[in-house]
Design a binder for this molecule. Structure first.
Ligand code: AMP
Length: 176
């Protein structure tokens, strides 16, 4: 059994001092590691009806596409502002400095569809919370949210769970 946590590379002080960047490219580049991550992310939802995975740009696309294939469902990209070609709906969220916006196509979701949120990592939960609000606004029934890495000290998982969304994570790391 591959130790998935040991396949995540930590880069101190990236992109700025004090941040421990948890780099999953080393995990994705390992055939057994990647396979195992996708299997574990999909596992809790294998027996549930899921209409689509919504993956958050950009690492959520790599993982979300593979999870969707495994679950036999569709894939919806949640993108940064201005990237999607058709009519969109957006949701603003706060960053450390300023605000950002994520968007989906306005016709991506039919009311009541069961959607699973996928991203690589949850830190403060700001991005995932914006995804929850955006999907709720689109009429989605959010089945849950799944991440490879959680940084529990930043409280993001609790924030998402406070919206009544079940979260699954594969591993925790201390610190920021
Ligand atoms: P947040 O909105 O604070 O939960 O941040 C989550 C997003 O930022 C995810 O899409 C991550 O890819 C990225 N991110 C935040 N902190 C880190 C970190 N320490 N290492 C790697 N990625 C991070």
């Amino acid at each position: 059994m591959t130790d998935l946590k040991s396949l995540v590379r930590t880069i101190p002080d990236y992109p700025k001092p004090g941040i421990m960047f948890r780099d999953i490219t080393t995990l994705l580049g390992d055939a057994q590691g990647f396979k195992s991550v996708i299997a574990q992310m999909a596992e809790p939802y294998r027996t549930q009806p899921i209409d689509a995975v919504a993956g958050i740009e950009a690492r959520g696309f790599i993982l979300g596409g593979a999870v969707a294939d495994r679950l036999g469902c569709g894939f919806i990209p949640i993108r940064k502002k201005g990237k999607l070609p058709h009519k969109t709906i957006g949701m603003e969220y706060t960053l450390e400095y300023g605000v950002d916006v994520i968007e989906i196509h306005e016709d991506a979701i039919t009311k009541g569809e069961r959607i699973l949120i996928v991203d690589d990592l949850i830190a403060t939960g700001g991005t995932a919370e914006a995804a929850v609000k955006l999907l709720n606004q689109s009429g989605a029934d959010i089945a849950g949210a799944v991440f490879v890495v959680d940084l529990p000290e930043l409280g993001g998982r609790k924030l998402v769970e406070s919206h009544g969304i079940e979260c699954h994570v594969l591993m925790n790391f201390d610190g920021h």
